[in-house]
Design a protein around this ligand. Sequence first.
Ligand SMILES: [Zn+2]
Length: 236
Amino acid sequence: MPTAKLRKVVIDAGHGGKDPGCLGKISKEKDIALAVALEVGALINELQPDVEVIYTRTTDKFVELSERARIANTAMADLFISIHCNANRANYVVGTETYVLGVESNDTNLEVAKRENSVILDEDNYKQNYRGFDPNSPASYILLANYQYAHRNNSLSFASKIEKQFASKQQRKSRGVKQSGFLVLARTAMPSVLIEIGFLSNEEDERYLNTDLGKSFTAASIYRAFRDYKNEIEKK
Ligand SMILES: [Zn+2]
């Protein structure tokens, strides 16, 4: 067996352009996600010079979910990191969650996936591009079951490292590793995670993510998890 190498990573800032993502009182998901994504990429470029960083967007532009996965698959990336912010009707809910693709999700996790998948309704050819996938129909989620199976263990390992960093280094509330039916993860052909870095529906989380320090700590946590994951798979 050749030694596994982590040479290419795709960093995917959620939403963009006409799709703002979820809205807080003072900020939009698309802006926070992009700022943190660029910081994560800068840290990898600086500290892991043998790794190529590929972004799905570096500006405020709309990118279809299928295009995000296509960028990663075409580059034959070794890892896909999608960065998002969360929202909940209950504004007291705080903290971070990292998702891997899974279909046995509970209702709360399904709500997060539905919200993140619903962006395809803004895309021009979504019916053709996603072969009839309906982000609001629970039945559609069962079809995602077979994707990502080969990469499940690596995705879970990386996800748990991210949540561990959030909890230990940042003193933030980690809501843990979860699974749900995220279309963007289903489409990628490599280990992939989707990180919800905090709730814009919560005042405290939103304020934190709107400080330079909060963004930098968040990016540094994701970077350290990336470094540890890279060391782990290259040691095997
Ligand atoms: Zn999002």
